[in-house]
Write a protein that binds this ligand. Structure first.
Ligand code: GTQ
Ligand code: FE2
Length: 367
């Protein structure tokens, strides 16, 4: 006998009718017809507030990097596997390679002289570099240098391959909306050339020469695009913006989120909105001794510590963190961050999805 895919467990929910042979027969009847009553499921389906299956979790860079390097020794990169990328698998998500229900986060590793082959997909992506340099990511034929502190967005459906043009291996992190597109069955994928057809290693990409001038829009490109056309947001700009905010605060100009808390959002210069339709990306700098407010938000977030030391609390979990460490903040779990000697954080989230659907909520704990 095959077992029914649906099993109705009436006793687990409150305010259920008393069990009886007729009730059991009714429930077996539901199962046989693939029917499920709302009254046994409502607590899980319609909770008072989001209860993510994802769990708060921390991955330490000191554990990730050696495993990525060992993958570099043992596992070739090429067609089929496409990327030497190792995903963070949230312990609450059943072993799937998903950092959160919507977000993919992975460490990727490329040896000297290696090419990660060209492909494109509907998933929106970005790279963020916490240490090292030497890889050019070639996006629609435009080679983009990757260096420490750089944020490198790459819109869905753009052709891309990666090329290590130096004599040192390089690791970085990838963020994508793979789990979101998987959940809603929106994914398309195409192979491009096996080798990255590129001989240039410019310091600045063509995209930066066109789009990388603050407040200046090329008159040939006045139409808004759904994702940012700027392929690199360089560390020197991010660093200076954050330094300036903290310096202005000292001069009495309100420029920070709170005492000692500088932050910037990476934006699409054609709209002023988020860099990609599904992904919000930000950089936060906490001066020594700063503690953030405790905030809960709808949607999930992944944070990588770029520099410094501090501690974070996500729901019931607290960790001390240092350079490269990554942690996840599931939907509606309160987050508090404390800086010890100064703390720089890169963060990405799925917030634009919730904002577009009017499902975003944010709550600050009173203290
Ligand atoms: O570098 O193109 O981590 O397509 C996952 C999917 C990286 C990439 C990932 C990808 C890529
Ligand atoms: Fe890709």
């Amino acid at each position: 006998m095959t077992s029914s895919p649906v099993k109705i467990a009436a006793s687990e929910a409150p305010d259920q009718p008393d069990s009886s042979p007729e009730l059991e027969a009714l429930y077996r009847g539901f199962e046989a017809e693939l029917l499920v009553p709302l009254w046994t499921e409502i607590g899980d389906l319609m909770p008072a507030h989001p209860r993510s299956k994802a769990l708060p979790h921390l991955w330490r860079w000191a554990d990730l990097l050696p495993l990525a390097a060992e993958s570099g020794r043992l596992v070739p990169v090429g067609r089929g596997g496409e990327r030497r990328a190792i995903a963070l698998a949230n312990p609450g998500l059943g072993g799937r390679p998903f950092a959160t229900p919507t977000l993919w986060a992975a460490i990727q590793y490329l040896n000297p002289g290696e090419d990660a082959p060209v492909h494109r997909h509907t998933q929106n992506a970005f790279r963020f570099v916490v240490e090292g340099e030497g890889v050019w990511t070639v996006v629609n034929g435009d080679p983009v240098a990757m260096r420490r502190g750089d944020f490198l967005p790459q819109a869905g459906w753009a052709w891309h391959g990666h090329q290590n043009a130096t004599s040192e291996p390089m690791a970085w992190i990838d963020g994508l909306d793979i789990p979101f597109q998987y959940a809603v069955d929106a994914s398309f994928f195409e192979f491009g050339p096996d080798a990255v057809d590129n001989t240039e290693t410019p310091a600045r990409s063509r995209s930066e020469r066109l789009w990388g001038h603050p407040g200046l829009r090329p008159l040939t490109h006045l139409q808004p695009t759904p994702a940012t056309p700027l392929l690199a947001y360089r560390w020197e700009h991010t660093d200076r913006a954050l330094d300036d905010q903290l310096a202005l605060e000292k001069e009495g100009v309100t420029a920070t989120l709170g005492p000692g808390h500088a932050a910037v959002r990476f934006t699409n210069p054609t709209t002023g909105g988020d860099v990609m339709p599904t992904l919000r990306t930000e950089f936060h700098r906490l001066a020594p001794g700063t503690e953030t407010a405790t905030v809960s938000e709808v949607g999930s977030t992944v944070v990588q510590v770029f520099d410094g030391m501090g501690s974070v609390t996500v729901g019931e979990h607290s960790w001390s963190v240092e350079r490269g460490d990554l942690f996840v903040v599931p939907s509606w779990q309160p987050l508090t961050v404390r800086s010890e000697g100064g703390l720089d954080l890169f963060r990405f989230s799925d917030t634009p999805v919730f904002e577009a659907l009017n499902l975003n909520r944010r709550q600050e704990a009173t203290r």
